[in-house]
Design a protein around this ligand. Structure first.
Ligand code: GRG
Length: 289
């Protein structure tokens, strides 16, 4: 895992504009938001799915970096006062606190553009048609029918009571869409997947994405701010519907275990190449931050 984390860190370091070139402050803020923090779960999922499809790690690293850029943009915008209004991210001041709100807005915009620039650069995947498909997959995952749409539902849900299916719908979009894109992009960097394996990976991505969110909701009530690197206990303060508010802690933990089992069952037939996906599923469910 560490090797892949370092590999994606290296690609991110290279593709982010240096803070010595104009506009220096924007570039400095982009680097601040992306580098030296984050678990890189989405990148690791891309590498793990790439292994199932016999992809070259150098190719997967580019796709993984693009997904991490979109993720970093979403965190910068999510922390803004007009959204989740948080001052701490990845154990340090949020981007708009360390810089300013206007810069943070532009950081998010620029990271999103950079993700698609990277993904569409000179052919680096096995064929340009597949590369174009990856651009489409990531765009759909980030947009109004994916992550941004999920965020809109999240903002509109404050103070409301959601049913379990409504909560699931929100999270399949807000958190799940990008996790799914990470898995599909990693797999698309390789050549070895038939339709059945692709469907299995897609199913895996759905369950592991939901498990990720259930655990996130649990950590919000069970972990402390210094372990999380972001403000703990915010969901209740902001009166947000979460798995914990809908199901309670005990049932949410059970649900995380059920989702873990579903995710593992989905890739059961994928053999030893899916070993890292299994390890990541354990990490997602057992993580402490
Ligand atoms: C602003 C368009 C827009 C979208 C924001 C992803 C998101 C939507 C908001 C983040 C808020 C949040 C806490 C969501 C729960 C799950 C989640 C995405 C947690 C953060 O991801 P991690 O734990 O973060 O992978 P690191 O820092 O490790 O990369």
């Amino acid at each position: 895992m560490r090797v892949h984390q370092l590999r994606v860190e290296e690609v991110l370091e290279q593709i982010l504009p240096p803070s010595t070139i104009a506009p220096a402050r924007l570039h400095e803020a982009m680097r601040y938001a992306v580098l030296g923090g984050g678990k890189r779960v989405r990148a690791l999922l891309a590498f793990a799915a790439g292994e199932v499809a016999h992809a070259q790690p150098e190719s997967v690293a580019v796709a993984a970096a693009a997904v991490e850029l979109i993720h970093a943009y979403s965190l910068v915008h999510d922390d803004l006062p007009c959204m989740d209004d948080d001052r701490l991210r990845r154990g340090k001041p949020a981007c708009h606190v360390a810089f300013d709100e206007a810069t943070a807005l532009l950081v998010g915009d620029s990271l999103q553009s950079l993700a698609f620039q990277v993904l569409s650069q000179r052919p680096w995947a096995c064929d340009p048609g597949r590369q174009l498909e990856m651009v489409r997959t990531l765009a759909a995952a980030a947009g109004s029918r994916g992550m941004a749409g999920g965020q809109a539902i999240d903002l509109a849900s404050v103070g409301m009571e959601l049913s379990l299916p409504e909560l699931e719908f929100m999270h399949i979009h807000k958190t799940g869409a990008l996790i799914r894109a990470a898995v599909l992009l990693g797999a698309a960097c390789g050549t070895g997947l038939d339709g059945d394996a692709h469907a299995r990976l897609d199913r895996f991505a759905k369950f592991s994405g939901l498990a990720f969110q259930v655990v996130d909701d649990l950590l919000d009530v069970q972990a402390n701010t210094s372990t999380l690197g972001k403000t703990a206990g915010k969901d209740a303060v902001q009166n947000k519907p979460t798995y914990v508010s809908v199901l309670g802690v005990g049932r949410s933990r059970e649900l995380a275990e059920e989702l873990r089992s579903e995710a593992l069952a989905a890739i059961d037939r994928l053999g030893p190449q899916a070993r890292r996906l299994r390890e990541l599923t354990e990490f997602i469910v057992m993580r402490s931050h």
